[in-house]
Design a protein around this ligand. Sequence first.
Ligand code: ATP
Length: 234
Amino acid sequence: MALLEVDSIDAAYGNVQVLWDVSLSVERGETVALLGANGAGKTTTLKTICGGLTPTSGDVRFDGESVGDLPHEEVVAKGVAHVPEGREMFTDSSVRENLELGAYVDRSGVEERLAEVYGVFPRLEERADQRAGTLSGGEQQMLAIGRGLMSDPDLLLLDEASLGLAPVLVEDVFAAIERINEEGTTVLLVEQDIYNALGVADRGYVVKTGRITLSGTAAELAEDDRVAESYLGA
Ligand code: ATP
């Protein structure tokens, strides 16, 4: 049984439908990339998985259990963490305080979780007492991912983790994603950076105008010209 199964979901904002019959699965231990142009429906797919939006039809199953109708907090409590695009954080609070806020599901393991996050992102430990607003863009992205890890998720959903970062920081972020996965967290990432995403992923899906148009192993997709072509129009 897959850890995550998205089964033929449709989704809409009000009466504007943006996802049609989207199905995908993520096995425990995998890193899977969801690729596609601006506005294709990647963010909406993640929102629907983590309870930010209820599918209008179809279902989302996590660890065999239907979660499509559950609110975000309950999906998080079941072991899904969502790192949204845009690195939202409390800029006046310290790095450590921001991380502690990510652990709201279970206060008991906070110190242990902090140690694990600092293991992945030593820079955050060095800057633990610094105000989050003073971090560089790359450090803020590490903090956003670190906050997601604080709830000790089985599945980490990452939305455009590398967007807007300098190339050297992009490498750091993808190296961290690989390490997080090696340490046992299953990852579903949304990316416009096809090359790096397929570099860390086992498999991928391409979404175009709200529909899955291609899927395959990362190696197959890396060789397929249709992947890059799908970015030419949303
Ligand atoms: P991006 O990389 O730009 O975030 P995306 O692939 O993640 O692109 P979505 O954000 O899922 O795409 O958007 C899919 C479609 O839904 C787009 O047409 C977008 O304009 C529309 N959309 C997104 N959010 C809303 C909203 N809150 N209300 C109405 N329409 C929305």
